[in-house]
Design a protein around this ligand. Structure first.
Ligand SMILES: [Zn+2]
Length: 503
């Protein structure tokens, strides 16, 4: 069984921030989860380097564009590594193999009549590299993009267009036949009504400006970044020159995207693939925005609260683990998620430190002090209900398979609560006879299950637990047979007090 998951490729004209990390962590959690289930997983991320904005950003710091993107790509890789992101491949759209694929795609679309040269007349924002329809432009003649608002230019120029309008019926038919194509369903409904309202042909070239990928048959133009960027999902798999990976993974492809770029992925990209006669991706998953003070979080809005670069480069693994957990345990995946430092502290203390951390520490302390670090299975389970544990695990599996991250986390918390109650109800710390061994065995057995569920969210913590329980890496696998005895090792605190974490 196979699984292919992608993040969007990120613009390297600014450093990765907490919002970028949210998408990437969400993919990493899913990727690790499928690996636990012995899937053959391909996880792709990378940088989208051909935009003209790169020239501006490079100029500002007196660098050549290529030097600038080289450095930024390294920064992205470094930050992902420190956030425990375990990608399979990091693609950069300035790499040769990608350029060849993008040009191949453009050429093929042209030869088949899906790309044609036409005259464009209207409003254009140089900064956003975007053409705006008259209906979107108000009297101010400023760029309608609220994050831009620069003056627009009225231009009249020849350009290449993609015949998006030709795909309206085919797309609608596809949506109808594939009701799971976009997750969540309310985003799918938006996509369907957008297509129903009518599709316009899309400008897919820009005047060549010494940066970007040239149109193969017309050196005066470069391929517009969107068509170039979208092809990364297939160029990374070798399409069309080396098809081994492509044949292996494409049919199980999942694109994780922010809700703001859903149309590119659920409308334009499928139309391009249809034109190329390539099967459509299996699923597009759209997440909401992280919100700070009711606004989309960005470097200037709330970015200082969760300064990603600082957190990542500090390599403080507890804080990083907690951040991974916090971002995905909140809200309902797909919706906007309000975040704040107060809430982070609260979740850290109540769920990680007092619930999960405390549970591990209580169990291991008793085994260390009273059982000489050793427990073994003496009889059938008589304290803990195995069916309860199995149900948590299978619910967790179901929820995460459906990208319901926060519901999956609830199963973790449910299990931890249950085990803490077992300790309380049986007053385990008072047991002095031989019953102590069996109940402690059952508790450690349950902790191994709990640890499997913690792993995709907090791999560092899960590995730390493995060490303490003296278990192999295979114990994180879904099909691992839990041993009949445990010889535990040195106990360590999993989640120190929040003051020490934030200090
Ligand atoms: Zn603009």
């Amino acid at each position: 069984m196979r699984f292919y998951i992608t993040t969007p490729i990120y613009y390297p004209n600014s450093e990765p921030h907490i919002g970028t990390a949210y998408t990437t962590i969400a993919c990493d959690v899913i990727s690790r989860f499928y690996k636990q289930k012995n899937y053959d997983v391909f996880f792709l991320t990378g940088t989208d380097e051909n935009s003209n904005k790169i020239i501006e950003s490079a100029n500002k710091v007196n660098k050549k564009p290529i030097e600038y993107v080289n450095e930024m790509a390294e920064l992205f890789k470094n930050i992902w590594k420190n956030l425990d992101i375990e990608y399979t491949k990091f693609i950069r759209t300035t790499e040769d193999y990608h350029i060849k694929t993008a040009q191949f795609v453009f050429q093929k679309l042209y030869e088949q009549g899906y790309i044609y040269k036409g005259l464009y007349e209207g409003w254009y924002c140089i900064h956003c590299e975007t053409f705006w329809t008259t209906s979107k432009v108000d009297d101010s003649k400023l760029c309608p993009n609220i994050e831009c608002r620069r003056p627009l230019n009225y231009i009249k120029e020849e350009n290449y267009f993609f015949k998006l309008s030709a795909f309206e019926d085919k797309l609608l038919k596809y949506y109808e036949d594939n009701p799971d194509f976009v997750y969540p369903d309310y985003r799918f409904n938006e996509v369907v009504s957008f297509v129903k309202s009518g599709l316009q042909d899309l400008s897919v070239s820009r005047k060549y400006n010494n940066w970007g990928i040239r149109v193969p048959f017309d050196q005066d133009y470069s391929i517009y970044v969107w068509i170039d960027a979208l092809t990364n999902y297939i160029s990374a798999l070798g399409y069309p020159f080396e098809l081994d990976l492509f044949d292996k993974y494409w049919e199980v492809s999942h694109h994780m995207v922010g809700k703001d770029i859903i149309r590119f992925h659920a409308v334009i990209w499928p139309a391009i693939l249809m034109a190329l006669n390539i099967k459509l991706p299996k699923k597009i998953i759209a997440h909401g925005w992280l919100m700070y003070d009711n606004q989309k979080i960005s470097k200037s809005k709330g970015g200082d609260i969760f300064n990603l670069k600082e957190i990542a480069l500090s390599n403080d693994k507890i804080k990083i683990s907690a951040l991974r957990y916090y971002l995905l345990r909140e809200g309902s995946f797909g919706q906007d998620i309000p975040v704040s430092l107060e809430r982070f502290k609260y979740i850290y203390t109540s769920e990680l430190s007092n619930n999960i951390g405390n549970l591990f520490s209580r169990v291991l302390a008793i085994i260390e002090k009273k059982l000489n670090k050793y427990v073994f299975k003496e009889s059938d389970f008589s304290y803990i209900q195995n069916s309860f544990i199995n149900e948590r695990l299978s619910n967790f599996d179901k929820e995460l398979s459906n990208f319901n991250y926060s519901k999956a986390v609830l199963e973790i918390l449910n299990l931890a609560d249950y085990l803490n109650k077992i300790i309380e109800n049986y007053k385990v710390w008072e047991i002095k006879d031989k019953n102590l061994n069996q109940i402690m065995y059952e508790l450690v057995y349950s902790l191994v299950v709990l640890n499997k569920m913690l792993y995709p969210f907090m791999p560092f913590i899960a590995n730390n637990i493995l060490e303490q329980l003296n278990l192999p890496l295979e114990s994180l696998k879904w099909d691992y047979t839990i041993p009949d005895s445990f010889n535990i090792k040195e106990r360590k605190i999993l989640f120190p007090k929040i003051e020490n974490v934030l200090a």
